[in-house]
Design a protein around this ligand. Sequence first.
Ligand SMILES: [Zn+2]
Length: 218
Amino acid sequence: MRIYIPFSNIWFFFLFFIYALILFFGSKNICSQFYIDVKCRYENKNMVYLTFDDGPDKKITPQILKILKKHNVKSTFFCIGKKAETYPNILKQIAEEGHAVGNHSYSHSLYFDFFGTTKVLKELEKTNQLIKQITGEECKVFRPPYGVTNPNIARAVKKTKMQVFGWNIRSLDTVKNKKQIMKRLQKVQNGDIILFHDTKEQTVEILDEFLSSYKQFK
Ligand SMILES: [Zn+2]
């Protein structure tokens, strides 16, 4: 008896390749909404959302806070758990000055997207406990390290009931120079969520200049 397969092997591998490609880009693009609902932009909002990842940093975060205070702007800091553990007073200052604190995993491991659901969940819960302990606030928002989402991360996040936050404007403040970043920020519109990092000296300078020139904040 012969079994006929409707597709030739070549077609099978071709379709499998396309499928793998879709999964790959769905994981890498945080706004793909492929595995979980991700907030990447606010429609009909008359403001711009500033977010700072990878702190709290001993040197940079206090400088960022000073600039935000000067311009009377509130933002969200997606903090790494182990850094919050090292610099609890800075995390406390973020919350006390009226900014929101988000979860950005405990380790920010390079291999975070290879972790199983249980390991991801442990990272999220440990960081949320630290945030609660230090600031007294429940953490409601999460931004995955490197902006990667996958089924394991999605399952863990759903258990914590946190909202995942992406961005639609990436300042590239860790890799580009000041002039290039300011050029990228020229396209900012109301409703945009901008990704910055409170780990680099140049971000402090850029922020002051950006907030001075951006009229909607005043
Ligand atoms: Zn990060």
